[in-house]
Design a protein around this ligand. Structure first.
Ligand SMILES: Nc1nc2c(ncn2[C@@H]2O[C@H](COP(=O)(O)OP(=O)(O)OP(=O)(O)O)[C@@H](O)[C@H]2O)c(=O)[nH]1
Ligand SMILES: [Zn+2]
Ligand SMILES: [Zn+2]
Length: 380
């Protein structure tokens, strides 16, 4: 069974199709609710299939004679061709404003090409919309203009793009066609009230939620880094509020939860600070958080992952983020998450104003959370 790449709901034996040719469209209440902005669709036809993986041969449209397109029975968005025969790992980014979610996605798509190389496959956009959005929103600002990505607009604004997932095909891995789907979110939407926000319901159904935590929000870190890194333009809200909202959104869902200490280059810069407790912790050259197993390594190194997990957990506690650790390990629902702690640095260095560092992008451990996720789904 796989998931819808838009709403992340698991696709069962309920099927739906509609005509996307010349047929008349009308306001679609359910699609609009889940999408977060008005959606118009032609009438949706429903039927059931023998198994969730069955790929139906759709008849011609009775109205206009055009071909029908399979769509999701829950959110009514179109499914890419033969979607059900593959297996999708659906990853939702979460975190306060300016924790590095969008930059991480921008860099990740490039790294996935190297990852695919290491697994004797290639990575491709599964549809034109994913490619176009990646190019315009992420690739151009980061890799062409060599600048930062504008803050992600709130989902209820007309120009917000994150309602559209990035769907990537990874070819065949472990005998099965695999996809990775990435959904960005505006930190601002997660800092505000989330009750009744149906367009954020995909968190409940995700395969993995990656919760980004920005260490430069911790005043002790910020103070020690004052003379070492340029002042940063954007600032986010309280991570504990966001994690609480995330818990509300996840509800009874059981996604895996990756807690990611982002912008980790800033923590590594603490080694340059003279003799503070934090600089001593960060100067431990043998620590897993100081070395990267490398982009070209195939698979996921569970031993390294567990070591890193333990180190990051204690680092978070040292950064007075106990509330984060407890919320993940002992959530109020009483059902602990399948979780793991990670570090990533997408850029490898702080930005100066609106520009990237002169040395360009040197990412660190960005593929770890994705490898973990794919390993849990049996892909690698
Ligand atoms: N030092 C360092 N800074 C980073 C890194 N990644 C992002 N940043 C900084 O963090 C800022 C915010 O990053 P974004 O990716 O736009 O943040 P976001 O979480 O998507 O924010 P919203 O869209 O508001 O939710 C960037 O403009 C960079 O200045 C990194 O790897 N290292
Ligand atoms: Zn859907
Ligand atoms: Zn038609």
């Amino acid at each position: 069974m796989t998931k819808c790449p838009h709403c992340f709901v698991t696709l069962g034996t309920q099927y739906a199709a509609c005509c996307r040719n010349r047929c008349t469209v009308q306001h679609d209440e359910r699609a609009s609710l889940l999408h977060g902005s008005p959606v118009e669709n032609p009438p949706i036809g429903r039927f059931s299939g023998p198994t969730p993986e069955w790929v139906p041969e759709l008849p011609q449209c009775r109205e206009c004679g055009g071909g029908l397109t399979e769509c999701c029975p829950n959110c009514h968005m179109a499914l890419p061709p033969d979607w059900r025969s593959g297996q999708a790992t659906c990853i939702a980014l979460a975190g306060a404003r300016a924790t590095g979610k969008s930059v991480y996605i921008g860099v990740l798509v490039k790294l996935l090409e190297l990852f695919a190389d290491a697994h004797d496959t290639t990575v491709e956009f599964a549809d034109g919309a994913s490619r176009q959005m990646y190019e315009n929103v992420y690739e151009k600002p980061l890799f062409e203009a060599r600048g930062i990505i504008a803050p992600t607009p709130r989902a209820n604004l007309a120009d917000s793009y994150q309602r559209q997932p990035i769907i990537l095909s990874l070819g065949v891995l472990n005998g099965q066609r695999r996809y990775i789907v990435l959904r960005d979110v505006a930190g601002e939407d997660l800092e505000n009230r989330v009750e009744g926000q149906a367009h954020l319901a995909f968190f409940e159904h995700a395969s993995t939620v990656l919760f980004m935590f920005d260490p430069t929000r911790v005043s002790e870190v910020r103070n020690q880094l004052q003379d070492l890194i340029p002042a940063q333009l954007h600032e986010g809200g309280d991570p504990a509020v966001v994690l609480n909202n995330l818990n509300l959104l996840i509800g009874q869902g059981r996604p895996r939860l990756g807690v990611v200490l982002s912008k980790f280059d800033t923590m590594q810069t603490l080694t340059q600070v003279a003799d503070t407790e934090l600089s001593r912790i960060m100067s431990n050259a043998g620590a897993a958080f100081m070395r990267d197993p490398g982009t070209l390594m195939p698979g996921y190194d569970e031993g390294d992952g567990l070591l890193l997990n333990a180190e990051v957990r204690s680092l978070l506690q040292r950064l007075h983020a106990n509330r984060i650790v407890t919320a993940v390990e002992r959530p109020h629902t009483g059902q602990p998450f399948d979780h793991r702690f990670f570090v990533v640095s997408a850029l490898g260095a702080p930005t100066r104003g609106e520009s990237l560092h002169d040395h360009g992008i040197a990412s660190f451990r960005c593929l770890d959370p994705i490898r973990w996720s794919l390993r849990c789904d049996g892909a690698i």
